[in-house]
Design a binder for this molecule. Sequence first.
Ligand SMILES: Cc1cc2nc3c(=O)[nH]c(=O)nc-3n(C[C@H](O)[C@H](O)[C@H](O)COP(=O)(O)O)c2cc1C
Length: 190
Amino acid sequence: MAKKKLGNRPFLYPYPVVLVGTEVDGKANFLTIAFCGIVNMNPGMLAIGINRAHHSTKGLLANKAFSVNIPSEAMLAAADYAGMVSGSKVDKSGLFEVFRGEVAGAPMIKECPLSMECKVREVLDLGGNDYVVVAEIVETHAGEEYLTDGMPDVTKMKPVVFSMFDNRYWGIGEFLGKGWSLGKDYKPKA
Ligand SMILES: Cc1cc2nc3c(=O)[nH]c(=O)nc-3n(C[C@H](O)[C@H](O)[C@H](O)COP(=O)(O)O)c2cc1C
């Protein structure tokens, strides 16, 4: 199969779509983030890539805290809006219903199926546009209607994924099989 080189591009497709909450100058602020992923299992940690010039970054650095909220498909237009306007120009504090947990400076979103309040462990300045922020998940809050057997159920949460440069949002696809199970009958090529 012929391969075309695309260079140093961030094509780890697809991206998750999350809303990150911060407290900036005493006000809740939310922005959309696609550069986000789990980086440690126990304790649960995640990392985000956040532009150093964003309004949210100011609050994140001051409080060493933020929240990560997973919006459902139904919230997509509001999530897109949060990623189009800056809190430095438009007050985004009333965009969602806010609730708070134990981490100061990490306002969370009631409408989201799942929210995580996070404490910053490391802010890495690697010289690019973004800070790489590694954070510990202090608590996870999930709406009961999105759980099956006490665990988050993506078929109920209806999270959104994103492809960049064509800038398109996607729902999750069909169920393909169980992890640590499908490979059992796989026969590697000799
Ligand atoms: C789908 C989508 C994904 C985005 N992903 C990121 C991201 O991963 N990192 C980032 O710094 N900005 C990202 N942005 C841009 C910010 O959300 C946007 O610039 C926002 O208006 C900044 O808000 P603030 O200035 O109030 O913090 C994304 C925007 C959209 C629409």
